[in-house]
Design a protein around this ligand. Structure first.
Ligand code: PLP
Length: 423
């Protein structure tokens, strides 16, 4: 009955329900519930928007208190107490201890809009139009960000030419076999490369939608050096892998580098509250007042959620993420690799993947579709990523308990076994 309403009225562009065909109604921390009362362990985490868990009690209490107090909800980019409290907390708890000198620019509340803003600033500051992005990258769905996104399927939705971006090999797949930084260097040094010098290079330190590919620390350091040497701005897209996901607040901390701009969204709002921000070096603050505006920038309850989240995101919290990282790796070694040596694993912090493309029965995503369906039937929500959907993506809330994590991994292991047994 309910599904009929969705089918009757909702556009065919909606996609996730196709993998998780039920009607969700409730959620608490790492569990989701459907209208039939069935419980699911959540390894999808709102695509990275729910790092602190669904309806996190502490964060929600602050939001509810704010919402019930006749406090301002909508304020465009005017000064408000909620925004001021967030700016102070972010400065004191995140920027200052890391010695970071960034200004904050709030955008229309989606990750893609933060990337659009970063592109504008890099282009305006340099007067150059080209931008380097990487093979396997995902940066969003609006035209500028889609031009940075490498997936053919996603790009085919644009209906227009996506321009001013040159894709460079990420240190993975083909790019693992040669020195991609030296390749970029040769392009930038040559006046016969045929490739315009970019205003910026945008990078995910861990490609998430690209299949959970972790860039090596040494590569990230050399990328930073390359940008500095050639006067190119380095943008780090931390929309999915920021906010503690990799075991530090920012994903680039492990490489000891400082990007010129950082884009954040998803979990920055604390509990699914829409929010989006660009952190920028002061020299990049080149847009004139109103040159990147938007009606819903600064949705005030999101500032409340974001400020409350910063009370949680401390060193102990990050250390706990790193501990659970080891737990997943150990689980893979002892329980999944033992099913078949060719089943691979990649990951860092609490973003991991079980990779099946080396199996003989791997067939353009259909195998993982089956495993995903089996997981769903058994009560686990898990998404696929990477080329030909080769990666089963483990993206739980950072607050997930060890017992819940193991229970989810058990479902994943049993589902892989059950599907492979039929092959
Ligand atoms: C790395 C990265 N950048 C940008 C985006 C786009 O964010 P949004 O869907 O909020 O526009 C995403 C979304 O998954 C992402 O993972």
């Amino acid at each position: 009955m309910r599904m009929n309403s969705f089918q009757k009225y909702e556009s065919d562009v909606s996609s996730y329900w196709r993998h998780f065909p039920c009607t969700f109604t409730k959620a608490k921390m790492s569990k989701l519930y459907d209208t039939e009362g069935k419980e699911y362990i959540d390894f999808f985490c709102g695509a990275g928007a729910m790092n602190y868990g669904h309806n996190n009690e502490y964060i929600m209490s602050k939001i509810i208190e704010y919402m019930q107090g006749d406090n301002i909800i909508h304020a465009l980019d005017m000064h408000t107490s909620a925004k001021e409290a967030f700016l102070d907390a972010f400065g004191e708890k995140i920027l200052k201890p890391r010695g970071l000198d960034y200004k904050l620019m709030f955008c229309s509340p989606s990750g893609t809009n933060a990337n659009e803003a970063a592109l504008k600033m890099a282009r305006k500051a340099t007067g150059r139009q080209n931008v380097f992005s990487f093979m396997g990258a995902f940066h969003g769905m609006s035209t500028g960000s889609l031009a940075l996104t490498s997936s053919e399927y996603d790009r085919n939705g644009a209906g227009q030419t996506l321009s001013n971006v040159t894709f460079m090999p990420y240190p993975f797949g083909f790019g693992e076999k040669f020195d991609t930084i030296a390749y970029m260097e040769s392009i930038l040094e040559s006046d016969h490369s045929g490739i315009e010098k970019p205003a910026a290079i945008i990078v995910e330190t861990v490609q998430a939608e690209g299949g959970i590919v972790v860039a090596p620390v040494e590569w990230l350091k050399r990328l930073r050096e390359l940008c500095t040497k050639h006067g190119i701005y380095l943008i780090c897209d931390d929309i999915q892998v920021g906010c503690g996901r990799t075991g530090n607040f920012f994903s680039f901390e492990r490489a000891g580098i400082v990007p010129d701009m950082v884009t954040m969204s998803k979990s920055i709002g604390g509990c699914g509250m829409p929010m989006s921000v660009v952190l920028l070096k002061p020299e990049l603050d080149v847009l004139l007042p109103g040159q990147h505006n938007g009606t819903f920038r600064g949705f005030q309850p999101a500032f409340i959620g974001a400020t409350a989240a910063l009370d949680i995101a401390n060193d102990e919290f990050f250390a706990n993420v790193r501990k659970k990282d080891e737990l997943i790796t150990k689980y893979y070694e002892e329980n999944i690799k033992t099913i078949d040596e060719r089943i691979g694993h990649r990951g860092i912090g609490l973003i991991h993947a079980i990779v099946t493309d080396q199996l003989d029965c791997f067939d353009n995503g259909a195998l993982n579709d089956e495993i995903q369906n089996e997981c769903f039937d058994r009560g686990l929500i898990i998404e696929l990523a990477g080329q030909r959907s080769c990666a089963l993506k483990i993206l739980p809330a950072l607050t997930i308990t060890e017992d819940e994590l193991i229970a989810g991994m058990d479902i994943l292991r049993d589902s892989i076994k059950a599907v492979l047994a039929k092959k």
